[in-house]
Design a protein around this ligand. Structure first.
Ligand SMILES: [Fe+2]
Ligand SMILES: [Fe+2]
Length: 564
């Protein structure tokens, strides 16, 4: 049974991996689709007319039937303007050169995002739906910018109106829902594409032709604002965190605009007011879109949001209430494992909130038959005494299957569900296996094995270690400083040797940090307590004689409640 089972496990893992990664074909299709979408948005010029007033210098040389009507830079008089207008030279027309430029930029933009996805394989972009979400977000933002700019550019307020557009929100959404690195790549590309969309319009192009620095201002403000927003929104858990992230985008955008304003020879005081309004509105828009978008997209694309995790970490979930009622020992164990694992997760850069929630639900399947687990056997007998070791092992390992069923019924996010099978990996139900093999040394260990898979992420690996460590230290009679150290090191070494961490990316350095963190937490919990001295006579006299015996202060120091 061993070989087929292991082989089956390998095939299953390989198949899972194959569907998770972004294959070259997928990346190519993604690049082609995104590029085509960009071309459709970027290439057309919205109908309208470029403004040119009598007396203004011509922004280019105008020719009608080969005759120069106005040289570039020369003031245009009424009659010249009439001829230029009648010849339709001020109309916004789609020109072949401009379309070709838009096509090249679109293909480059689509290819860059696809290449990032293919080369860096962000772990969270593991389904086709999520890949579509990334493409849609980038495309929608470029399309929105094109429409907005065609309505507002050129503006008399030196292009400041454009900064009301919450461009940073796309990167912030990708950072909260998927991956920070991908978000930065998208923010950088969007800043360029959006600026291109703006200046592709003849109106806008002409209005900045006398100040080339203005052309740099827009991409720089969008890229720096976008990246600042991504940093600020990283691991945001409450609405006020999103508000702060929006404010950060506003402040950074304003700073960029202010620096360009200082370089501008035509600066006016009123510009500051425009900059402040545009950057403020842009930042506010980013905060609102990110909060709303996180919730909506999280539901549509099945992404676990931090707001969801915060709710699950409250211990008020009906499943956790039931666990507390039916299996108080398991509930206490889960909270203890949570405390142990959360701190270690923080130290190795894993997601500590996800780890805490995962710990709360990791043994949820024990609700079904709590009496079969040692932590719930307080004064009741051990039902395993009457069972064959094989039957006991099956009953114990059942908590994984039942746990998965329960999380399905209660619609827990898949990232939380993963903790249930992965916290035991493909380990043996050791106690019952050893008991069985004492009677029959030829017994097949595979019958005593958890179904797996092995931990796939840093988070589930930390919980596997914390789970075993907590149980081992709790059941040890000696919880001295040194013994805790030995037990923690022993558990880590054993799991590593078993190969349980072969499929996750914890390093040897991480194991050392996790071990030290576990030791510090456990030594804090099990530190030796100082004996309380007996109450003095004066204390006893002041309390007087109580008619209720149990209200009397204890005379034996050992009876004193430990927290006094
Ligand atoms: Fe378990
Ligand atoms: Fe556990």
């Amino acid at each position: 049974m061993y070989i087929p089972c292991v082989a089956g496990g390998f095939v299953m893992t390989a198949r899972l991996r194959a569907t998770e990664i972004i294959s070259p074909l997928r990346a190519f299709i993604f690049a082609a689709a995104l590029s085509a979408a960009f071309v459709l948005v970027l290439a057309p010029v919205f109908p309208g007319e470029t403004t040119l007033n009598p007396g203004e210098p011509a922004y280019k040389t105008f020719r009608v039937d080969g005759t120069v009507i106005a040289e570039k830079g020369q003031a245009v008089d009424d009659s010249a303007l009439d001829r230029i207008t009648q010849a339709g030279l001020l109309d916004n027309k789609t020109e072949a050169d401009a379309v070709a430029a838009a096509v090249i930029i679109s293909v480059l933009g689509g290819a860059m995002i696809a290449l990032y996805l293919y080369l860096f394989q962000p772990r969270e972009v593991n389904t086709l739906a999520r890949l579509v979400m990334v493409g849609l977000l980038v495309f929608l933002w470029v399309a929105a910018a094109k429409v907005f700019f065609s309505l507002t550019l050129p503006d008399d307020d030196r292009l400041y109106l454009g900064y009301m557009l919450p461009i940073a929100a796309a990167g912030m959404l990708i950072a909260t829902l998927l991956d920070g690195g991908l978000a930065i790549a998208v923010a950088a590309l969007l800043a360029m594409l959006v600026s291109f969309a703006g200046f592709y319009l003849p109106d806008a192009r002409n209005s900045i032709s006398d100040d080339p620095l203005q052309a740099l201002q827009m991409p720089l403000a969008f890229v720096l604002g976008g990246i600042a927003g991504i940093f600020a929104v990283r691991r945001a858990e409450r609405v006020n965190h999103y508000a702060m992230a929006g404010a950060t985008v506003g402040v950074v955008t304003f700073c960029v605009l202010f620096s360009f304003w200082l370089l501008s020879p035509e600066r006016e005081g009123v510009d500051l007011l425009w900059m402040l309004t545009a950057a403020g509105l842009g930042g506010f828009g980013c905060a609102v879109i990110t909060v709303g978008g996180t919730v909506v997209l999280g539901v549509i694309f099945g992404v676990t949001t931090r707001i969801q995790l915060m709710e699950l970490a409250q211990l008020s979930h009906p499943l956790l209430r039931e666990l507390q009622e039916k299996a108080p020992g398991t509930f206490h164990h889960s909270v203890m494992v949570g405390n142990l694992a959360e701190r270690a997760a923080d130290l190795v850069g894993a997601d500590s909130l996800l780890v805490r929630v995962g710990c709360y639900f990791h043994d949820i399947g024990k609700i079904a038959k709590p009496e079969y687990y040692i932590e719930n056997q307080l004064d009741t007998g051990n039902p395993h005494d009457k069972l064959q070791p094989g039957v006991s092992a099956r009953l114990v390992s059942e908590h994984v299957r039942i746990g998965l069923q329960l999380t399905g019924r209660y619609r827990l996010p898949s990232r939380v569900r993963a903790f249930i099978p992965e916290h035991h990996g493909t380990r043996l139900v050791t106690y019952f296996y050893r008991k069985a093999s004492a009677h029959d040394p030829t017994i097949d260990p595979e019958k005593f094995r958890y179904p797996g898979p092995k931990p796939q992420t840093k988070e589930t690996a930390i919980v596997m270690l914390a789970d075993s460590t907590e149980a081992v230290v709790r059941s040890s009679r000696d919880r001295s400083h040194e013994r805790i150290g030995e037990l923690v090191d022993g558990v880590i070494a054993e799991r590593v040797t078993e190969g349980q961490f072969d499929e996750c990316d914890l390093t040897m350095r991480d194991f050392r940090i996790i071990g030290e963190s576990f030791k510090a937490t456990l030594r804090g919990i099990y530190h030796p307590r100082i004996e309380y001295p007996s109450p003095t006579k004066a204390e006893l006299q002041t309390t007087g004689s109580s008619p209720i015996a149990y209200l009397k202060p204890p005379s034996d120091p050992m009876e004193a409640p430990p927290h006094v």
